[in-house]
Design a protein around this ligand. Sequence first.
Ligand code: SF4
Length: 315
Amino acid sequence: MSFPKPELQLLIAAPRGFCAGVDRAIKIVELAIERFGPPVYVRHEIVHNRFVVDRLRGLGAVFVKELDEVPDGRPVVFSAHGVPKVVPAAAQARGLDYLDATCPLVSKVHRQAERLIQAGRHILFIGHAGHPEVIGTVGQLPPGAVTLVETSDDAEEVTLPSDRLAYITQTTLSIDDTIGIIEVLRRRFPKIHGPRKEDICYATTNRQAAVKLIAPRSDLLLVIGAPNSSNSQRLVEVARGAKCPSAYLVQRAAEIDWRWFEGVRTVGITAGASAPELLVQEVIAEIRQRYLTRIEEISVTEETTHFKLPRALTA
Ligand code: SF4
């Protein structure tokens, strides 16, 4: 005798998953393998997603931590998070063919920071210590030119004599936390210079806005993404902050703990900017094996951003 499946409503956030920067970075590796043949070396995870990395490895990408692991004569790709200036300089000095998959929105922050420093300002960089984007951005600038601010407490405590200060931000932060940090900096340093809008990118902004919309209607929210993906981690925090009783990060369906579903009637689903849609559909399919689902997609906007590929791969 078989029992009818229990009912469950699924609220699927849009936009979710791949952003234009991730899409471009993955295409750069794929095209480099086509152009140069395998192996193509990639410094660091091209984007923070194990599934993406494993697929590219299957095509002929070799992921390394540092440039000195790349043999002479083989091409190397730099990840979407950006790199310190010394990295392309070292590649050039060795005569390596390199392709820079840094997201153009991260590169924009690099150039903006350089202009601020040229104008004689010291930079307060709002971001997370140790994240590759932060390491890359700090490494684009002269030593001592940047002070990292991670929290509102840091912003309260930082002591800098100069009235020529400016702030920039990592692209994948929580919008609400960042606004709080900026408010502290503006109160303490009224002359501080900042971008017209914080540097948090369109993709991070849209994914957080969509989560804010579905989280209050969800008993449980699943974010599909990697534990080392900053924007995915922020989506979990945003869901919890938006009064969703429970929110979890899972890399794929196999990581779901089905006990989370006990007593749950509505489940929200989204994915970080480096998580492929395939993994979202895998999660939905697994849920549908167990539940009779009603699916509603809730969209805050349609994304049309697209970044050009490096000329070296399209010419
Ligand atoms: Fe670029 Fe934003 Fe995507 Fe990061 S999350 S790769 S900054 S578009």
